[in-house]
Design a protein around this ligand. Sequence first.
Ligand code: PLP
Length: 434
Amino acid sequence: MNGELLRTTEVPALLGGEPVRATPLPVAYDGSGRIFGPEEEDAVRDVLRRGTLTRWGGTAVDDLERAWAERLGVPHALAVSSGTAALHVALAALDLAPGSEVVTTPVTDMGTVIAILQANLVPVFADVSPETGMLTCETVAAAMTARTGAILPVHLFGRCADTAALRQLADEHGVFLVEDASQAHFSFDREGYAGTHGHLSCFSLQQSKVVSCGEGGIVVAEGRFHERAELIQNKGWLRGRQGDRAYPVVGLNYRMPELSAAVALCQLRRATEIIARRRRSYAVVVEALRDEPGPVITAERPGERASWWALCVRWPELADEPELAAAVEKSLRADGVPFSPGYIGTSPLYLSAALQRRGTEGRHGLPWTLHPEPPVYRRGDCPHAERFLKESFVMNWNEGITPDDAADIARALARALPAARAFTASSRPAGTRR
Ligand SMILES: Cc1ncc(COP(=O)(O)O)c(C=O)c1O
């Protein structure tokens, strides 16, 4: 795309002009944008014909686990029912003292935090890098205490968190690293694949993820943690491998069904194509806005290859101008380019109602009651995270977004802030100024 197109003088849609998009982008939660084709249909039919829908006696879950491990170059992978389940299993497999602290990010899906709480561990939120929105060694080190049991970074939007360095930090302090690579299937940097540095690492296979089966998850674990994770997701018993039901641990039923695994396996075989398509269109946006003043697009470091899960764009000036931020959102929507403000909202998770009143699913107050001095979560705890969420807009990315769609997205992004400024100025009563 050339810069002239972006510096257009035409009237933006927000001010009554033509929208950039006449037709919807394939980003809605209705299956559009995802490739589920004849291979998936055949695989599901095969499972049904065999008549075994549980992994016991079936082959799809076993095949998925083998193929996932092979692709990542790790000894094992364990398929479970969701990303949240994967994280819960991983944290439970660590067998930490109840009430131990887990240092994590406030810029993530609630599933990350739910898993910590359900494992009877206490989330401690470290601040993020103002540029990447991800944890850094410095912010994590500042949040660690004598009660820290684990560090849980998130590979955000498909990029790689600095997990090799975080593993070193974890080892130096004798704590564990659990990676949340839900959004970064097969993303890699010079240190290797996302999800290969943790004592355990987790992936979500939910609808929007690179490899999807609607709902599902994967745990990748080192040595002894793999066997414990297997037990925990299978009610504490390894069918076919332990003669009697000795139940060495109490587990949950987080097993992945054969039908889901059959779809996920086809998706995994397409992952190279899915990632290439996502990357190709994403690059169009990055390239188009490279020399534009204004929006900052999340981009890769040298040597990094992100399997883009979402497009995150920031306008740093919006953090202090909520009215302008609301107008930017309106401009993008008016142009048919539906970005959401922030990521999972414009506030970090520690300000969510549940964490503010320290309420899990009941009134028992766990896990905070297990901690002698439970953290109080306050506005201002992670200033960079709070700013990051106020200045960011996110759109789910997928392989159905073509390079032409991406060019439209870039155009809408380029004109959003000028349009928003004109809009807010025109909606102020005459004679008032900022
Ligand atoms: C970073 C992150 N962690 C955890 C989860 C939870 O995964 P699931 O929705 O499969 O339970 C998600 C999914 O959206 C996620 O993006």
